[in-house]
Design a protein around this ligand. Structure first.
Ligand code: PBG
Length: 330
């Protein structure tokens, strides 16, 4: 034969055949918006390391929720940036039935019952030391006492109407304990999104600014509970345990540097698998776009499509509303 019979470029020649062979399609329904909530009324605070992301008081959060509903973004993940005055050693504000998170949940559910709400379950916004759990005299995060606190926090969120509780703390055994407590309290429909493969990543810096835990954490780190960035077999073990303990969906976090982990998790378990395009990823894309170095719309949609290709069923991203608008041609 004088020339190969297989020409890969034939199918790429025209838009119609490119469309027909396209394996994955990104939709607004794949996206989960992320929001930071603060006390007050009519308050909107910039997050300097995340241009375009504002911390919102509950009224602003309701507007954002309305945009999610209008654009077909099915869920909103909520993170509180509570007043420093409510922080304590024991993080008790986390399960105060009237705390900011629970007031936000009730307001959102009253106005937009169809919008899924995902509540962060970890103590870092509420501790004076910025760790995700309770610490002993040496500063070590104690597993079982922390799990007991996370159980109280999860029950309080479920009580307020949260659809998903999402433990992002990486304590051992917390999924099973939370699941037992939810069942015992009759919250049989409350879903658990387990941050199963959560890495001790340096891509969380802007988030820690946003929730106000960065200063408290200081030079501290989370290496005794979050995963070593060098590992992926360990991620599979974490996911296996969380599913066995009763997780409804699992998560890989961060996103873009961890597509290999995402693919392995999806292939190994076939469970609902979410990925989190974290604050540092957002900050990088935004900064390059603002400098005119990257085409923002193109690179954001490319990064989100890559998550689907790698096996994600849903994507938490600060770009959810922008991406939904772009996908809808707005
Ligand atoms: C803490 C938590 C973090 C994020 C979500 N929950 C930061 C951390 O582990 O220090 C990071 C999210 C992001 O960077 O966008 N429980």
């Amino acid at each position: 034969m004088s020339f190969p019979a297989i020409r890969m470029r034939r199918m790429r020649r025209d838009a119609f055949s490119r469309a027909l062979m396209r394996e994955h399609t990104l939709l607004p329904g794949d996206l989960i918006m992320v929001a930071f909530v603060i006390e007050g009324e009519g308050r909107r605070e910039r997050v300097p390391s995340m241009p375009g992301v504002d911390r919102l008081s509950i009224d602003g959060l309701l507007e954002l929720a309305g945009e999610c509903v209008r654009l077909g973004v099915p869920a909103l993940a909520l993170f509180p940036a509570p007043d420093p005055a409510v922080k304590s050693e024991d993080a008790a504000e986390a399960w105060n039935p009237d705390n900011l998170m629970h007031r936000a949940t009730r307001a959102l559910k009253a106005k937009y019952p169809q919008l899924g709400l995902i509540g962060d379950v970890a103590l870092d916004p509420y501790t004076t030391h910025g760790q995700d759990g309770l610490i002993d005299a040496d500063g070590y995060v104690m597993n079982e006492p922390t799990v007991q606190a996370l159980v109280k926090m999860s029950l309080a969120q479920a009580e307020a109407g949260m659809d998903f509780v999402a433990p992002s703390d990486m304590m051992d055994g917390r999924i099973g304990s939370i699941r037992d407590a939810l069942e015992a309290a009759g919250h049989i429909h409350t879903r658990i999104l387990a941050y199963s493969a959560k890495y001790a990543s340096s891509f969380y810096g802007p988030f820690r600014d946003a929730v106000g835990s960065a200063a408290n954490l200081g030079k501290g780190n989370k290496h005794t509970y979050q995963m070593d960035v060098a590992n992926s077999d360990e991620a599979l073990r974490e996911v296996e345990l969380d599913l066995a303990e009763g997780a409804d969906a699992v998560m890989v976090k961060p996103g873009m540097p961890y597509l290999d982990v995402l693919r392995r998790v999806k292939d190994a378990f076939g469970a609902p698998t979410f990925v989190y395009q974290v604050s540092g990823e957002y900050a990088m894309l935004k900064a390059a776009a603002q400098n005119g170095w990257l085409d923002e719309k193109a690179v954001v949609l490319e990064s989100l499509t890559a998550f689907k290709r790698a096996g994600a069923d849903a994507i938490l991203t600060y770009y959810a509303l922008d991406a939904a608008r772009w996908l809808r041609g707005e």
